[in-house]
Ligand binder design. Structure first.
Ligand code: AMP
Length: 119
């Protein structure tokens, strides 16, 4: 597997080197709005650690971080007020999925009818 690139844009956001519109933060994760929203609600949740994708994360992250990260995704969706209307979670990995930023992230999408899973 490729090695983690510490200069990726989400690593820079985690280090506070570039700004973000923060939605939620705890010891394990940071959630912020996507800069190029694909829906009225488009928030990204990233773990605080150097993981490229889910395979890397599930293999190498400590249990506490794995649990904390998934709790943070739920907490973020709740904080966004999506409990009733619903939302979609997407995590792109690698070339086939068009992953642009090589730091594990989940997209939370909502705010309109999102249609079929894949266009
Ligand atoms: P992915 O294609 O799953 O890797 O998604 C990467 C996402 O990161 C895209 O939706 C981009 O719009 C978003 N993105 C890139 N740079 C930034 C940034 N500086 N702040 C917030 N979102 C960003």
């Amino acid at each position: 597997m490729m090695s983690y690139d510490s200069d990726n844009v989400f690593a820079m956001i985690l280090r506070g080197e570039i700004p973000c519109v923060k939605i939620y933060e705890d010891n394990h994760a940071l959630a912020f709005n996507d800069i190029n929203p694909q829906a009225p609600v488009h928030t990204l949740v990233i773990p605080k650690g150097k993981y490229i994708n889910m395979i890397d994360f599930s293999k190498n992250a400590p249990e506490e971080l794995i649990a904390g990260f998934f709790r943070a995704i739920g907490n973020t969706a709740k904080q966004l007020g999506l409990e009733e209307d619903g939302y979609r979670l997407i995590s792109n990995a690698g070339e086939s999925a068009n992953q642009e930023v090589p730091h594990l992230h989940f997209h939370i999408l909502s705010g309109k009818k999102l249609g079929p899973m894949l266009s």
